[in-house]
Write a protein that binds this ligand. Structure first.
Ligand code: GLC
Length: 743
């Protein structure tokens, strides 16, 4: 085709380069594949645990029986194994080195639920880039993250590693982490392949009990649980991990509808699908497979590429191919996906960490990023009488409680390679940073969150009585959160609640700083406190971040990514629930107001609890600041748009205080009538803005009609015409309300 437009020539050149590069990879894959024996192909599908490396592992690598290892903890060992794969096997195919680098490698950032509370995707992306820089420095090129399970049950320990209950927030955070890990070019040796997990619906585990069944119908899968994965894959996420749960009786690892129809056919995913730990074999426990051979057969035919440590593929696939229960083409396609990732990572070109690497773990810039993330993750839940930040009149501060000095727990779950020796704890930070202006009176009182020993209570009260203000550091040990750590009760562990009562009796102003991996049922403790700062498990730099916030050098800006229930009995509890046919009016008759022997109908007929009402303790999106922000003048560019249009919604936000600060401005909508019942509210946008004292800013959101699309009665995704409510506000319960329609 003759082309006279030079610009177009350039465009054609780049397109051709891209497709040539892509074509090259496929050619290279086929070239290797054509040389591989069936045994060598099956070896690529096998991932082994390298936590306790031994001769058996090394022999397996040399025989070409291993495509990837996970849990390598030592750089020299990693290099040794990679050299075996590259130099001592027939075809020299490099290994994929995997590791759970979730919220930091050495420099540990806040746990993901805390990162979500920042509502700052740039900051979260930056934190993931730091993690990738430190991890790739030792040769880890594949991380088992981000976890993007929508989590609406705080009994589930893994809510700690989620981005919370909301689809939009989780999606934004997941994409930010994928981009942070992978950078914009996987071939760079400082890039780390990401893994979208756990596919799918694991956060809806029945009863919040880990590994339990889920029962999510397809429509809800598509409207709630799949969006973060689809967006991550569209953003180039290199791999996906199947989840432990059986959904409606089908374990994800053997679910063809998920792994082939959705991932491959609908989303054209060309990356690697890896099983979660031993989950191929666990299909036997599920009663979904009768033995290991059948587990291997069902998994490979369902579309699982790599078997994480169960060795079912290694033990049975060759026989299954000979028995024609599994075609060699199926094996070839799985191998292609794995080789494609190895090429994308340039492992064939550069299997080892270049000597030129000058990344230094815990470098100042990384620690500063971790402190900034911690600071922005903190959520100020209460601040009566402006107890915080401390005024210069405060001269004596009592530091009480187990989490004031908990270097291991402060790092949170999934901080495998973080070293507690690098953790800066609140007590250490406070004394070093503010000990010159304030006297700190310290009594840890309890050794750890579950401690039942009250012997130090007397001393704690003594210190408290001498102080102008008490800061109690309470919460939960990190081991009580994360995988396999579900709780049936969410009250504070041990005798922490009794300690708060004793401190309250002193009559001194009481500040609670709560380190936890999930919402806890802290209604009574909040009632006794003058101020409450929720800091999640804040990571390596949590101490300095807390110290600066208590003294007002930083201003809280975090917002809750999860609803805080008053009682564990309210769970599952999330803001974006359906209206029901009898929505609570919040004027219901509560337990103590029930007359004796009332007629049955007198108790009101709405969806609430006699003993708990309907409200959460704190709603999604909630978080206070040392500043105060006023919202006014909601304006819509139109109140009527077609399904192809968009509208602009804007409002003016004014910082009415004398303190500069960040505010997370949130955009919510409600689809009033749909082909199916729709949530009472859905987050569709957020902007974190910085406002100097007294300043105002008009914040604009562009809402496309396509942002309102959902899978309706006919299971197709579309925007349905109708009327909508819209809010711009500071949390999911407070906002300026408007209306518009889609025709
Ligand atoms: C674990 C977790 C998963 C993790 C994997 C490897 O059981 O479920 O999130 O990535 O095994 O450690």
């Amino acid at each position: 085709m003759k082309c006279h437009n030079p610009l177009l020539l350039i465009v054609f050149f780049f397109i051709s380069q891209f497709s040539v590069a892509e074509e090259n990879v496929e050619q290279k894959i086929n070239a290797i594949l054509s040389q591989m024996t069936l045994k060598e192909k099956i070896g690529q599908l096998n991932q082994l645990n390298a936590r306790f490396p031994d001769q058996n592992l090394f022999e397996a690598i040399k025989k070409g029986q291993v495509g990837s290892v996970i849990n390598v903890e030592d750089s020299a060992l990693l290099t040794k194994m990679q050299r075996m794969a590259v130099s001592e096997t027939r075809l020299g195919i490099p290994l994929l080195m995997g590791r759970d680098v979730i919220h930091g490698y050495k420099t540990i950032f806040p746990i993901p639920v805390g990162l979500a509370a920042t509502f700052n995707t740039d900051l979260v992306k930056k934190g993931s880039r730091v993690a990738a820089m430190e991890a790739t420095e030792v040769g880890i090129r594949w991380t088992m993250g981000p976890m993007m399970d929508i989590s609406r049950d705080a009994r589930w320990g893994r809510i700690a590693e989620s981005f919370g209950e909301d689809v939009y927030l989780t999606t934004q955070m997941a994409v930010a982490v994928v981009n942070g890990f992978q950078d914009n070019d996987l071939t760079k040796h400082t890039s780390m392949a990401a893994c979208a997990k756990h596919f799918i619906g694991y956060g809806a585990t029945e009863g919040g009990r880990d590994y339990n069944s889920t029962n999510i119908p397809e429509r809800q899968l598509r409207n709630v649980y799949l969006p973060p994965f689809e967006a991550s894959i569209k953003a180039g996420c290199a791999s996906v991990m199947t989840s432990f749960n059986d959904n409606d009786g089908i374990p994800s690892t053997g679910n063809k509808f998920l792994l082939r129809d959705i991932l491959r056919t609908e989303w054209s995913f060309d990356g690697v699908v890896v099983a979660d730990w031993n989950s191929v074999n666990e299909m036997i426990n599920h009663g979904f497979c009768k033995n290991e051979s059948e587990a291997a057969e069902i998994a490979i035919n369902a579309g699982l590429d790599m078997d994480m440590v169960s060795e079912a593929y290694l033990n049975h696939l060759e026989k299954l191919v000979k028995m024609e229960k599994v075609s060699e083409e199926t094996i070839d396609n799985a191998v292609r996906n794995i080789l494609r990732l190895k090429f994308k990572l340039n492992l064939f070109g550069q299997p080892f960490v270049p000597k030129t690497n000058s990344v230094k773990a815990y470098s100042t810039v990384y620690l500063q990023a971790a402190q900034q993330a911690a600071s922005e993750s903190f959520v100020l839940l209460k601040n009566e009488n402006n107890t915080l930040p401390f005024k210069t009149t405060i001269k004596k501060i009592a530091i009480i409680g187990p989490m004031a000095d908990a270097p291991h727990d402060q790092l949170g779950t999934w901080s495998l390679d973080g070293e507690k020796s690098h953790t800066i704890m609140p007590y250490k930070a406070l004394t070093e940073m503010y000990g010159g202006q304030v006297e700190f009176l310290y009594e840890k009182t309890l050794g750890f969150s579950r401690d039942n020993n009250k012997s130090k209570f007397k001393n704690a009260v003594k210190q408290a009585k001498k102080a102008d203000v008490i800061v109690a550091f309470i919460g939960e040990e990190s081991i009580l959160t994360g995988e396999a750590h579900s709780l049936a009760e969410l009250n504070l562990q041990g005798v922490q609640s009794d300690l708060i009562k004793e401190l309250k009796k002193t009559g001194k102003p009481l500040v609670l700083v709560i380190m936890a991996g999930r919402p806890l049922t802290i209604m009574n403790e909040v009632a006794q406190a003058d101020a409450v700062l929720y800091v999640w498990h804040p990571g390596t730099m949590g101490g300095p971040a807390i110290a600066d916030m208590l003294f007002g050098k930083t201003n809280p800006s975090g917002k809750l990514p999860v609803t805080f229930p008053k009682y564990v009995g309210q769970i599952p509890f999330h803001y974006n629930h359906n209206m029901t046919g009898r929505p609570a009016s919040k004027r219901e008759t509560l337990l103590n107001d029930i007359p004796l022997e009332p007629r049955q109908s007198s108790l009101g007929c709405t969806s609430y609890y006699l003993d708990a009402g309907f409200d959460p303790l704190f709603p999604f999106g909630f978080g206070l600041s040392y500043s105060s922000f006023e919202y006014s003048n909601l304006q819509l560019s139109t109140t009527l748009m077609t399904v192809y249009d968009s509208l602009t919604a804007k409002a003016t936000i004014k910082n009415t205080s004398d303190v500069d600060g960040y505010e997370v401005v949130q955009l919510y909508v409600r689809d009033l009538v749909g082909s199916i019942a729709r949530p009472v509210k859905e987050l569709k946008g957020f902007q974190k803005i910085y406002l100097k004292a007294g300043d105002s800013k008009t914040v604009e959101f562009i809402l496309k009609a396509s942002d309102l699309a959902f899978y309706g009665l006919d299971l197709t995704k579309k925007t349905e015409p109708g009327d909508f409510d819209i809010w711009i506000g500071k949390n999911s319960e407070e906002g300026l309300k408007g209306k518009f329609s889609v025709k």
